[in-house]
Design a protein around this ligand. Structure first.
Ligand code: BTN
Length: 252
C-alpha cells in the first residue's frame, strides 16, 4: 500500500500523521501502527494500545470544506465506522461526539485534530485518528475492563483481521467525506441518528468550565452539537466537553 505508512510501534499515529500532513501528504494517506506507546484520546486522555490487538490508525484528510465545517468530520467518521462495522456483522452505537459503543461499553473512539483553523490555507488538513479494540480481552484492558469491550468479546471470541477492518473503515471514511462535500451534513446526520446512544436518555454534561449540567439528550442539531434539555425546559447546545449517560445514580 503506497498510500499508507505501516509502523510496528509508535507513540501516536496522530502525531506521525501530523508531521506527514505538514510536509504535504495527500488526502487519504493513512498511518497504521501495530502498537502505540502514547495513544491520545479526547480531553487529554490516554488510549490503551496493546500490540497487535487493536486498530490504531490516522487518516489524513484535505476536505473541500469551509474550516467551520471541520468539526462535522468527527460525526461523519463515526457514521462511517459504525456502518463499516455493521458490514462486518458488528452492531455498534455512537455516543456523541466520538465514542463507539457495544452493549453499553466503549469499543472505540475517534480523535479528529486539525491544522490551525484561523485562516484558509492550501495546506489545511484534518487528521482522523481511530482507535478500536479488536482482539483485546479483559486482561489487556486491566482496570478499564468494566467499561471497555472489544469486537472479539462482543462476538463470542471471534478473532478479527485488523488489516481488513482498517481497509473497510478507511474506504468508508473517504466516501463519507465525499458525501459531506457534495451533499452537506443533513443526510449524514440522519444516518447518525440511527446509532445515537444518548437520544431520549438522561445525560450529564461536564462543561469545560467545570459546571455539571444534567438533562434529557434530544439529539444532534444541524451543526453537530448535542442538545440537552434541562429540567427547567431550557435546551443547551453542547459544543464540547464530556457527556455521560446517567444510570441509576451513576454515569457511563
Ligand atoms: C477517544 O475516545 O477519546 C479517541 C481515541 C482515539 C485513539 C486513536 S488510536 C489512533 C489515533 N492515534 C492516537 O494517538 N489517537 C487516535
Amino acid at each position: 500500500m503506497d498510500d499508507c505508512l505501516i509502523l510496528e510501534e509508535t507513540e501516536s499515529t496522530n502525531s506521525v500523521a501530523e508531521g506527514l500532513a505538514r510536509d504535504g501528504a495527500l488526502h487519504g494517506f493513512a498511518v497504521l501502527a501495530k502498537k502505540q506507546t502514547g495513544g491520545r484520546g479526547r480531553l487529554g486522555r490516554f488510549w490503551v494500545s496493546p500490540g497487535g490487538l487493536g486498530l490504531y490508525c490516522t487518516i489524513i484528510l484535505r476536505p473541500n470544506l469551509e474550516l467551520i465545517d471541520y468539526p462535522k468530520l468527527t460525526l461523519a467518521a463515526g457514521v462511517a465506522v459504525a456502518e463499516a462495522l455493521a458490514g462486518l456483522g458488528v452492531i455498534t452505537d455512537l455516543k456523541w461526539p466520538n465514542d463507539i459503543f457495544i452493549a453499553g461499553r466503549k469499543c472505540g473512539g475517534i480523535l479528529v485534530e486539525s491544522s490551525a483553523l484561523e485562516e484558509e490555507s492550501a495546506n489545511n488538513y484534518a487528521l482522523v485518528g481511530i482507535g478500536l479494540n479488536v482482539n483485546t480481552t479483559a486482561v489487556d484492558f486491566d482496570k478499564l475492563s468494566h467499561q471497555a469491550i472489544s469486537l472479539r468479546q462482543a462476538c463470542g471470541g471471534k478473532i478479527f483481521n485488523i488489516d481488513e477492518i482498517f481497509s473497510v473503515i478507511r474506504k468508508a471514511i473517504l466516501a463519507e467525506v465525499c458525501e459531506l462535500e457534495r451533499h452537506g451534513f443533513a443526510r449524514i446526520l440522519d444516518r447518525w441518528q440511527r446509532y445515537d446512544l444518548l437520544r431520549g436518555r438522561r445525560a450529564r454534561w461536564l462543561r469545560n468550565d467545570g459546571v455539571v449540567v444534567e438533562g434529557l439528550a434530544e439529539g444532534i442539531d444541524d451543526q453537530g452539537q448535542l442538545l440537552v434539555r434541562t429540567d427547567d425546559g431550557v435546551i443547551h447546545p453542547v459544543i464540547s466537553g464530556d457527556v455521560n449517560l446517567v444510570q441509576h445514580g451513576s454515569t457511563k
